[in-house]
Design a protein around this ligand. Structure first.
Ligand code: PAF
Length: 281
C-alpha cells in the first residue's frame, strides 16, 4: 500500500532521504477525489522526476463563503489506491492544522496582482489568493524539483507561473494537457454534482469552445465570437460567467492573428464548470 503521511516532520524526513540519494522529486498538488486527469499529472511528473509526491488537501482558503467547500467530495482511500496504481510514491495528506498552524483565518496570505483581477479572479474574489497561499506552502513543504498542473485551470497555471517567477521558487512547472470524457467534457471532480440532464448538456461547453476557435479562424470579430458563444451556452441551459477569447496572457487581443485561448466558465444548476481551448489564428 502506498505510504501516506499527514505530519510535516514525516514528510520532511522522507523528502530529505530522497534528496540525500540525489533523487529528483516531483509534486502533483490536488484536492483529492482523483480522476484520470489527475493521474495524467502523476504520469507527467514521473517522466521528469525519480520520486512523485501527490498532495491531497481540500484547501479552505480558496473557497468563497458561498462555495462548495463543505460538500467538496472527499475520497481519501480511493485516492490513495488510484495514486498507487498511477505510479505515485508518497501521498501528502495534511490536516488543516498541519497546513495552517495558526488556523486558516490567521494564515499569512499571498496575492498575485493583475492577472487575478479578471475572469475567475473577478467571479471568485479571493480564490487565487487561496491558491497561491497553499501552493507556496506545498512548495516549501515538499521542495519539489518539478510540479505538474493541469491546463484546464488555465488562469491558475498563469498565476502559479507568476508566483514561481516572482518568488524565485526553484521548481520547474510541468503543464499537463486537458483530459476529456469521450463526449468532450473536461474531467473535473465537480462533474459528479451534475444531474443526468445536466450531464447531457455539459459537453456543450467543449462544442462551444471548438465553435469559438472555428469562428475566430474564419475571421469573425472577437465581439461576435463571444456573443455567439454566450448565446449557445444560454440556449443549452447554462448561466454564463464568461465566454471569452484572449491572448495567452489573458489580455484582450485584437482581431489579427496569433496564439489565442478561448475560455468558458458557466453554471448548470449549482455546478460551476470551466474549460478552455488553446489555438492559433
Ligand atoms: O487545482 C487544484 O486542484 C487546486 O487549486 C490546487 C492547485 C491543488 C491548490 O489547492
Amino acid at each position: 500500500m502506498i505510504e501516506t503521511v499527514s505530519e510535516l516532520p514525516a514528510l520532511r524526513a522522507r523528502i530529505a532521504a530522497w534528496k540525500r540519494e540525489g533523487l529528483r522529486v516531483g509534486l502533483v498538488p490536488t484536492m483529492g477525489n482523483l480522476h484520470a486527469g489527475h493521474f495524467s499529472l502523476v504520469k507527467l511528473a514521473r517522466e521528469h522526476a525519480d520520486r512523485v509526491v501527490a498532495s491531497v488537501f481540500v484547501n479552505p482558503t480558496q473557497f468563497g463563503p458561498n462555495e462548495d467547500f463543505d460538500r467538496y467530495p472527499r475520497t481519501p482511500e480511493a485516492d490513495a489506491a488510484g495514486l498507487e496504481a498511477a505510479g505515485c510514491d508518497l501521498v501528502w495528506m495534511p490536516s488543516v492544522e498541519q497546513m495552517y498552524p495558526f488556523g486558516a483565518d490567521h494564515a499569512v496570505r499571498m496575492r498575485v496582482p493583475g492577472i487575478t483581477d479578471v475572469l475567475d479572479g473577478a467571479h471568485r474574489p479571493g480564490h487565487f489568493d487561496g491558491v497561491v497561499t497553499v501552493v507556496s506552502r506545498l512548495f516549501n513543504q515538499v521542495q519539489p524539483d518539478v510540479a505538474a498542473f493541469g491546463r484546464k485551470d488555465y488562469q491558475q497555471l498563469a498565476v502559479i507561473r507568476y508566483l514561481v517567477r516572482d518568488l524565485a521558487f526553484p521548481v520547474e512547472l510541468l503543464p499537463a494537457d486537458i483530459v476529456r470524457e469521450p463526449d468532450g467534457l473536461a474531467m473535473s471532480s465537480r462533474n459528479q454534482y451534475l444531474s443526468a440532464e445536466e450531464r447531457r448538456a455539459a459537453p456543450t461547453i467543449h462544442r462551444t469552445l471548438l465553435a469559438m476557435r472555428d469562428a475566430a479562424r474564419a475571421g469573425m470579430a472577437r465581439a461576435g465570437v463571444e456573443a455567439q458563444a454566450r448565446a449557445a451556452l444560454g440556449a443549452a441551459g447554462f448561466l454564463v460567467d464568461y465566454a471569452v477569447l484572449r491572448d495567452i496572457h489573458l489580455a484582450e487581443p485584437d482581431d489579427g492573428s496569433g496564439a489565442r485561448v478561448a475560455l468558458v466558465a458557466a453554471r448548470l444548476g449549482s455546478t460551476r464548470l470551466i474549460d478552455n481551448l488553446e489555438f492559433t489564428i
